[in-house]
Every structure is written in structure tokens, then in C-alpha cells.
Design a protein around this ligand. Structure first.
Ligand code: NAX
Length: 345
């Protein structure tokens, strides 16, 4: 374990440091997200931070280099950095846990082997969170398959409220917003209330039928091309991750880090009145016919660090079919992954 104090300025009275754990911290998303978290862009410019960095043992030397760089950033809000391969150390008293590290799919690896490896990782981490993190810890699962990994972590942490577990679909949400903005020739922050439904996978359903541009014009009226909205727009978002990999030979990291920051900032500070964002959350079976017990991406509004599913949106036949297809995939993924848990929770 590497542990050193980066700054110990006691002259300024500030809030208690927030203990933020990031797993897979030596990886490319970890590298891209750390600065924003540590410089106040996510939890506020008056919120000191302690970073708890988890990676696997063979990555400890590389992680030590990241720790050196964090020190060299000379960040006044960053009070301590702990780098470790022990989840019981990295989750100790954590207020926030961003679970990025997971087993990537290697060439020739069967899907069931990938699910098995990740079921193991997220069971262990769920148990560690359950035992040593604060009961108020907010958990964001990024590592793929993100929805199912989130479900496994949640099931292994019965002492933490289920509403504290979410998975990242904000990157898909941001991609949808950006595609609409480009198509309409408006700034991206003038596009509101797009939705990502379901799994963070190629079955996800990006839906703009309830969205508007600033001023209230419906996105469909501004785009004036339903064939695009029901066709290429959807597949572009669904396949965007693969397109980035094809071009970069590496998966999205900069945009994933930005999405993580957006997700956590909105969870912390709330959404704007009348606006919503997409998050993968545990379904209760009471919204839009989504089966109970899946981590399924839905539109949420947030205040007081509590999300609420946006209810009562009218769902067309076209949307219903797409929402069911992604739910079916999630049911299959969940059933395949849960088999690998020792007690079949
Ligand atoms: P990298 O391979 O660069 O980094 C992953 C890091 O996790 C490595 O340092 C590895 O040693 C570490 N790790 C592996 N097992 C671990 C464990 N048990 N405990 C702690 N650390 C562990 O991958 P990167 O590009 O950073 O992507 C990380 C994950 O994010 C992948 O699963 C990726 O598929 C997923 N993504 C999810 C997205 C989403 O929107 N939900 C978008 C971006 C990204 O594709």
C-alpha cells in the first residue's frame, strides 16, 4: 500500500474530506478521470478529497507512477492518496466508489467465461463495500458488462441501500445529445431530455421522442427526419463504442471519464428543474413494464442526492419493442451471471 499526504493545509476551514474510491485506477479511464475528481470539478471547489485507488497487484508499480503525477499536479483539494490492491483498504469509509476495473474480454474468450470472471470481481468488491464502506456510499459501476456487474455488487452488499448502486449509461446519453445537437446545428447544452433505455450494450435504446431543444421545440420537429431518428441515429449510438475502438485501437476513455464526472456531479448536486439524465438503476417492476430486478437505464431526476425515475412518459409501440429487446438481453445476462455466485443470490 502506498499512502502519502499530498497537502496538509490546515489554515483554511473546509468540509471534511470526501473519500472517493476509483477502481481500475491504473487503466486508461482511471488516468483520464482522476484530475477532474481531484481538482473539484465533480464534488465542488470547496470539497477536499481523499483518493482511494484500487488496482490489481501487478499494476502497483504503474499505479505508483499515477500517484507521483497526482502529487506533481499540486492540487490544493487533494488531501491524501491511498494506492492499494486490497479492496478492504480502498473501500474503507468510502463516500463514493467508482468501479471501473473489470476483466476485459480477451481474444477467444467465451461470453460465459467473461461473465464468470466479472461475477467474481464484483462479488468480492460488493462484499468489501458491505463490510467497510460508509452505509451512505454512492456506487457507480462502469466496468463492463456494467449493468450486470452493478447488480452483482448490489446483491453482495445487503447493508447498503439498493438506490446507492447505479451503472454508467451517461456516455451513451451524452453521445445521443451530441448527435442531435450536430444534426440541428445547436450547442449541445441546448438539447434536453434524451433517454437511454436498458443495457449499456448494442441493444440499448436511445430515445429522443420526449426530448426538446431549449425553448421547447420537440427534437423530432427540429430534426424533421423520422427515418434518421428511428434508424441511423439509433445505430450510431449503439455502435459508437465499437467505432471508437476501430479508430483508436483503444476503447473510449476521455469521453467515458467526462460521463463519469457528469453522472457523479448530477447525483451529488441534482438535475436542473424539468430536466433528466439517464442512469442504470435497479428496476422495481413498476415503471414502463421493465422487469423487476434488473439494472436498467431509465430517465431520472435527482435532488438531495436521491434519484427518482421519471414516470408517465407515453411509450409508442416502436419504443416498447426496443425497450423489451434490451430488457430481454439483460434478463439473459443476469441469469447467466448469477449462476456463478456461490449462493446463487
Ligand atoms: P483498462 O484495461 O485500460 O483499465 C482497466 C484497469 O482495471 C486495469 O488497470 C486493470 O488492471 C484494472 N483491474 C482489472 N481487474 C481489477 C480488479 N479486480 N480490481 C481492480 N482493478 C482491476 O480499461 P479502461 O479502458 O479503463 O476500461 C475499464 C472498463 O470500463 C472496461 O470494462 C470497459 O469496457 C468499461 N467501459 C464502460 C463504459 C460505460 O459506459 N459503462 C464506457 C467506457 C468503457 O468501455
Amino acid at each position: 500500500m502506498i499512502c502519502f499526504p499530498v497537502s496538509r493545509d490546515k489554515r483554511v476551514h473546509m468540509a471534511e474530506p470526501l473519500r472517493v474510491c476509483i477502481t481500475g485506477a491504473a487503466g486508461q479511464i482511471g488516468y483520464s478521470v482522476l484530475l477532474s475528481v481531484a481538482n473539484g470539478d465533480v464534488f465542488g471547489k470547496d470539497q477536499p478529497i481523499v483518493l482511494l485507488l484500487l488496482d490489481i497487484e501487478p499494476m502497483m508499480t504503474a499505479l505508483g507512477g499515477v500517484v507521483m503525477e497526482l502529487q506533481d499536479c499540486a492540487l490544493p483539494l487533494l488531501r491524501d492518496v491511498v494506492a492499494t490492491h486490497d479492496p478492504y483498504v480502498s473501500f474503507k469509509d468510502a463516500d463514493v466508489a467508482i468501479l471501473v476495473g473489470s476483466m476485459p474480454r480477451r481474444e477467444g474468450m467465451l461470453r460465459k467465461d467473461l461473465l464468470k470472471a466479472n461475477a467474481g470481481i464484483f462479488s468480492t468488491q460488493g462484499k468489501a463495500l458491505n463490510e467497510v464502506a460508509k452505509k451512505t456510499v454512492k456506487v457507480l459501476v462502469v466496468g463492463n458488462p456494467a449493468n450486470t456487474n452493478c447488480l452483482i455488487a448490489l446483491k453482495n452488499a445487503p447493508s447498503i441501500p439498493v438506490a446507492n448502486f447505479t451503472c454508467l449509461t451517461r456516455l451513451d446519453h451524452n453521445r445521443a445529445q451530441a448527435q442531435v445537437a450536430a444534426r440541428c446545428g445547436v450547442r449541445v447544452d441546448k438539447v434536453h431530455n434524451v433517454i437511454i433505455w436498458g443495457n449499456h450494450s448494442s441493444t440499448q435504446y436511445p430515445d429522443v421522442s420526449h426530448g426538446q431543444l431549449e425553448g421547447g421545440q420537440k427534437i423530432s420537429d427540429a430534426v424533421k427526419d423520422d427515418a434518421w431518428l428511428h434508424g441511423d441515429f439509433i445505430t450510431t449510438i449503439q455502435k459508437r463504442g465499437a467505432a471508437v475502438i476501430a479508430a483508436r485501437k483503444l476503447s473510449s476513455a476521455l469521453s467515458a471519464a467526462k460521463a463519469i464526472c457528469d453522472h457523479m456531479r448530477d447525483w451529488w448536486f441534482g438535475t436542473q428543474p424539468g430536466q433528466w439524465v439517464s442512469m442504470g438503476v435497479l428496476s422495481t417492476g413498476s415503471h414502463y413494464g421493465i422487469p423487476e430486478g434488473l439494472i436498467y437505464s431509465v430517465p431520472v431526476q435527482i435532488s438531495n442526492k436521491t434519484w427518482t425515475v421519471v414516470d408517465g412518459l407515453e411509450i409508442s409501440e416502436f419504443s416498447r419493442e426496443k425497450m423489451k429487446a434490451t430488457a430481454d438481453e439483460l434478463v439473459e445476462e443476469r441469469d447467466a451471471a448469477l449462476v456463478f455466485l456461490p449462493s446463487k443470490q
